[in-house]
Design a protein around this ligand. Structure first.
Ligand code: FO1
Length: 319
């Protein structure tokens, strides 16, 4: 059985995984989830990227939004607002609240996040093994200039409240340096036949996972094909505001620049969209096998085709 490890952020990673499951129904898929987006609100721990993967693969996601639960209501949020308790800019729905309550209760009882995630997945049966990148707290902060003052704000405040409307001056995964990979992460990489980077944000999703000491090294040294799919199509992010955070790390917003950012020490293969076929030569010059294929996740079939192309490229570079 083919063992596939995927480093995933939120919406892009989750949708890609749905395609991967369709493309490789027999595969044993381990997902290493980004937890740098996690935020503590109302005394609860919210893990947006883990939940987005869990709900998407488990059939509970709000399809239009790509995050949060389907068939959601916001009574608790309204009641909190009536008490003047915010933040109001972060939409936590009633059904979603239950997940955060269970998670926070288990964490308070002493269970590590990896065990809590496994317990939550018992309900959702995502069909993959979902492991947080670390059981330790890592929180992505973004340095911005607001009202003439430089300050660091939580990633969610930058992304959701400010909609990335100001420049990101720096992106810092606070706590990453001290964090350890969660149990199972390094083992999954060591046993993998292929490692995939979905079209997730290269800085605040995949980049944060790689910032946990040991994970990047394990992937680079695993001796198996590492293949990524560009989240940038035609010099703009397919969704989200990846260009803003790419600029913060000095990377131009292009499919080729993102491949170079990961580098040939990590990546063996890179898929760019057909509109970026002009980038293939530049990526190959950087020592990374590259191919142009359609990369728009418009529906399950198109996404499964992308996953098939990634797996085919893995075979090509296996050498
Ligand atoms: N994204 C938004 O744009 N607005 C929200 O109010 C919002 C709430 C939210 C609640 C739970 C959750 O799991 C995700 C949520 N997201 C929301 C998405 C999320 O903040 C980001 O898209 C990801 O963190 C980026 O990967």
């Amino acid at each position: 059985m083919q063992r596939i490890v995927v480093l995933a952020g939120g919406i892009g990673g989750a949708r890609f995984l749905r395609g991967l499951k369709a493309a490789a129904p027999e595969a044993d898929i381990t997902v290493i989830g980004n937890t740098g987006d996690d935020i503590h609100l109302f005394g609860l721990k919210v893990c947006p990227d883990l939940d987005t993967v869990m709900y998407t693969l488990g059939g509970g996601i709000n399809e239009e939004q790509g995050w949060g639960r389907t068939d959601e209501t916001f009574k608790v949020k309204e009641e909190l607002a009536a008490y003047g308790v915010g933040p109001e800019w972060f939409g936590l729905g009633d059904r979603d609240f239950a997940t955060h309550i269970v998670r926070s209760q288990m964490l308070a009882a002493g269970y590590p996040l990896s065990a809590v995630t496994e317990a939550l997945c018992d309900r959702w049966q995502p069909g993959v093994r979902l492991i947080p990148m670390s059981d330790d707290r890592v929180e992505t902060h973004v340095a911005v200039e607001l009202d003439g003052e430089r300050k660091a704000i939580h990633f969610q405040e930058y992304w959701v409240r400010l909609r990335a409307s100001v420049d990101a001056l720096a992106v810092v995964p606070v706590g990453a340096e001290q964090a350890k990979p969660a149990p199972g992460v390094l083992e999954a990489v060591a046993e993998a036949d292929v490692v995939l980077f979905p079209p997730s944000n290269p800085v605040v999703s995949v980049g944060t996972i790689l910032a946990v000491p040991g994970i990047r090294e394990a992937i680079a040294d695993a001796g198996v094909p590492v293949v990524g799919l560009s989240p940038i199509v035609g010099d703009a992010p397919v969704r989200g505001m990846a260009d803003k955070v790419l600029a913060a790390v000095g990377v131009e917003s292009s499919a080729a620049a993102v491949a170079e950012h990961y580098g040939s020490g990590l990546l063996d293969g890179w898929l760019v969209d057909t509109v970026d076929k002009g980038a293939v030569e530049r990526v190959e010059a950087a020592g990374i096998r590259c191919k142009a294929v359609p990369l728009m996740m418009t529906d399950l079939d198109a996404t499964a085709e992308m996953a098939r192309a990634a797996l085919a490229m893995a075979e090509e570079v296996r050498g």
